[in-house]
Design a binder for this molecule. Structure first.
Ligand code: PMP
Ligand code: GLN
Length: 386
């Protein structure tokens, strides 16, 4: 019998760290601050609207680019937050979460041999999508310890083969945010090139300390060549609904939709109707930064362990803790010890570097009920070097 040879285009990748750590947390009955998702219910009013639409005629395929009312609501969000008028018919497509949006953007434009610049630590779905599509990831490193972009390094890595630069602000896993000055550097670097920007802004409404979220949608020079990605999972506490979206100028969007229609065609219809209605009220997204800043402060102010160093989190719902005074173990090993021995799950940061760079940092998600955060704090405060 012929022994078929299976070639794995992603042979360098295993199961995602989020699945690995959440499964471990379950197995050991640990407090789970690893995978990023809220452990509280969304607004009951949102659920009421969802129930209404579950009992409505909208149970068949949604329009390919998304429902007209959800695209309309998104234009209002963009107008309110970034003062840009976008065309709901031609410049927005609703996707099955940001993950599909990112894959679609990369698949639509990256061809064999194209280079894509990305910043490490990098959210885990970027590099595999580049590689599956024949592209070459070109890594720039965010500068430890404040995780800022070194724009000279970016400039030195731009080549005639650079097809795309992927940015992510607020940044998962570090909680760093890009400033207006960063965006100006980016504009200067891509001027007179054909480089596209893929801007992952899923935490656009979760930014702290009165900082302003610097969306690509604020800058004309970026908008004309950008694909902006966001996700309602973060904004309305429904990561399990998997609904996100792409925004891009028509010239780019028409190419994105060609891929989108063959990848997924359309996304959950009643839930699109639900989100469209719910987010007509801007308070539901404008209040998010205060809501999560309170959770961040609740969590970090209670961590009183001289052996743990807390890194600043300016956005997202993650915070990094440095445990190097407690253990010299690799972060992946220490994260496992923390689950198995202490019953607390986190994400080791080295997995977001292609060469597994280890700064002895663990990422903790604070999108949790106060009681969950208090249980986690109790464990964290007892860790010591013994
Ligand atoms: N990008 C970043 C930076 C994320 O943290 C996540 C996951 N929360 C995604 C993309 C994927 O979002 P979604 O769950 O909507 O696919
Ligand atoms: N974005 C979430 C995180 O960073 C996880 C999403 C996922 O599990 N794919 O934890």
């Amino acid at each position: 019998m012929h022994n078929i040879r299976i070639e794995d285009k992603l042979s360098n990748f295993g199961t995602t760290i989020f699945t690995v750590m959440s499964s471990l947390a379950q197995k050991h009955n640990a407090i789970n601050l690893s995978q990023g998702f809220p452990d509280f219910q969304p607004d009951p009013h949102l659920i009421e609207i969802a129930q209404k639409y579950m009992d409505s005629p909208f149970q068949q395929y949604a329009p390919m680019p998304g429902t007209a009312d959800l695209r309309e609501t998104i234009t209002e969000i963009v107008q309110n937050c970034y003062n840009r008028k976008i065309n709901p018919d031609t410049e927005i497509t609703i996707t099955a979460g940001a993950t599909q949006a990112i894959y679609t953007a990369i698949a639509a434009f990256v061809q064999s041999g194209d280079e894509v610049i990305l910043f490490e630590p990098a959210y885990d779905c970027y590099a595999p999508a580049i590689i599956v599509n024949g592209g070459i990831p070109v890594y720039c490193e965010l500068q430890y310890p404040d995780f800022k972009i070194n724009w000279d390094e970016v400039r030195s890595k731009v080549s005639p083969k650079t097809k795309m630069i992927i940015i992510n602000t607020p940044h998962n896993p570090t909680g760093a945010v890009l400033s207006a000055a960063d965006m100006l550097h980016l504009i200067e670097i891509i001027k007179n090139t054909n480089i596209l920007i893929l801007s992952d802004e899923v935490y656009e409404h979760i930014i702290f300390d009165n900082l302003q979220h610097e969306s690509v949608l604020r800058f004309d020079e970026l908008f004309e060549r950008s694909i902006m990605v966001s996700s309602f999972g973060k904004t309305i506490h429904t990561t399990g609904w998997k609904i996100g979206y792409l925004i891009a100028p028509e010239k780019i969007m028409s190419v994105l939709r060609k891929v989108h229609q063959f990848l997924i065609f359309a996304v959950n219809h009643p839930l699109q109707k639900t989100i469209a209605e719910y987010l007509k009220n801007p308070q539901h997204y404008l209040s998010l930064k205060t809501f999560y800043q309170k959770k961040r402060d609740f969590f970090i102010s209670r961590i009183q362990n001289p052996f743990l160093k807390i890194f600043p989190s300016k956005g997202t719902y993650f915070v990094l803790l440095d445990y190097s005074t407690i253990s010299t173990k690799k972060d992946t090993e220490f994260a496992i010890e923390l689950v198995e021995k202490h019953k607390l799950a986190s994400i080791p940061m080295s997995v977001f570097y292609h060469q597994k760079k280890d700064y002895h940092l663990l990422r903790f998600c604070f999108a949790k009920k106060e009681e969950t955060l208090l249980q986690a704090v109790e464990i964290l405060n007892q860790l010591n070097p013994s």
